[in-house]
Write a protein that binds this ligand. Structure first.
Ligand code: AMP
Ligand code: MG
Length: 317
């Protein structure tokens, strides 16, 4: 069973020996290994049961190191990096040959990010290789936002989880690429589209494709609890049923027991809602209920990324 602790030296030693370790970030917990060692990276795919066509994000701690992994840093990428790193933003950039094929699923671009978590930044600074890390959950299930979430699902397969407390953003990073010179969001996430557009102007959105492996992990059914999830439009209410649960934005639904409901943000704060989203979905998934009704949020700021995750949680294929 994995130990949970705050021993950075232990995490470092395990990673240097080619092991996989759970790490905290501000978005969600990651399942990390030496990104330059294909044998270590293959373990990530095995532990997660992740298909090889779904590439990984490479994490590092400085822009200087990023330039060793990519061949080009377009002007827009430089502006975004300067403004939002460290932070919940991943950039797709043309890769150097040093990045193994396995990490990028053979794609010509590599996904890179400088995460904003003090423990993990210190760990990255101490290592002489970057960390490949997808979310630390079984493929397709809800992403983990605490060390305990990681232990619950992957604890018997990994030696150590570095505990950095609950993830403060709570949503995976926003992924931006520059194919054909056009800044494009490939996955909505913890950095709002509006914030990106304030820096580089309008960006295209290429989310919601279904099976195209080039469209990053954009499988329509993903981030899903085991129980069926049904979406409820803002302002509408679900049918009253005894064995239902609900995930609501600000106020409980009538007709469903209060104990079977979770409120994302009583004050209507979208950042707070993002922080609570995955933990509450997990809690609801554990209750003695047959289905979960999830209220969609206003489609602005992080509300759009939250709605994206709820739609995927509700998708059946
Ligand atoms: P996760 O960290 O579990 O959210 O997974 C990382 C996400 O980044 C996946 O959805 C990948 O498909 C996506 N990704 C990583 N590298 C690339 C790439 N080179 N091109 C497109 N998407 C990528
Ligand atoms: Mg994931």
């Amino acid at each position: 069973m994995a130990q949970i602790g705050t021993d950075q030296q232990r995490a470092k030693a395990l990673l240097e020996a080619g092991n996989v370790v759970g790490i905290p970030t501000e978005t969600v917990y990651g399942l990390a290994a030496n990104a330059l060692d294909p044998d270590a990276v293959v373990t990530i795919f095995r532990v997660k049961n992740r298909p090889a066509f779904d590439p990984l994000i490479v994490h590092t701690d400085s822009l200087d190191k990023v330039t060793r992994f990519v061949t080009d840093l377009p002007e827009a990428a430089q502006q975004l990096a300067a403004t939002f790193w460290p932070g919940p933003l991943t950039l797709l950039l043309p890769r150097q040959p040093i990045i193994p094929d396995l990490v990028t699923s053979g794609l010509p671009t590599v996904a890179v990010r400088i995460p904003n978590h003090p423990l993990t930044r210190a760990l990255l600074r101490s290592l002489d290789f970057p960390l490949a890390a997808p979310s630390a959950n079984p493929f397709g299930y809800i992403s983990p936002t605490t060390a305990q979430h990681v232990a619950n699902q992957l604890g018997d397969q990994i030696p150590y989880i570095l505990d950095g407390g609950p993830a403060l953003v709570g949503l995976e990073s926003t992924i931006v690429g520059f194919e054909g010179g056009m800044p494009t969001i490939y996955r909505l996430g913890g950095l709002a589209q509006e914030a990106i557009e304030q820096v580089i102007g309008p960006v295209a959105l290429r989310s919601h494709s279904t099976s195209n492996p080039k469209a990053p992990g954009m499988l329509s059914s993903h981030y899903a609890p085991r129980k069926p999830v049904y979406l409820v439009q803002p302002g509408a209410s679900p049918p009253p049923t005894p064995r239902s649960g609900a995930l609501v934005f600000r106020e409980l639904f009538g007709g469903i027991a209060g104990g079977n409901q979770r409120t994302l943000s009583p004050t209507g704060n979208l950042n707070e809602a993002a922080k609570n989203l995955f933990a509450y979905l997990r809690e609801l998934d554990q209750l003695e209920i047959d289905q979960i009704y999830a209220e969609l949020l206003p489609p602005e700021g992080l509300g759009r990324a939250i709605n994206d995750r709820l739609r995927r949680a509700a998708a059946t294929a």
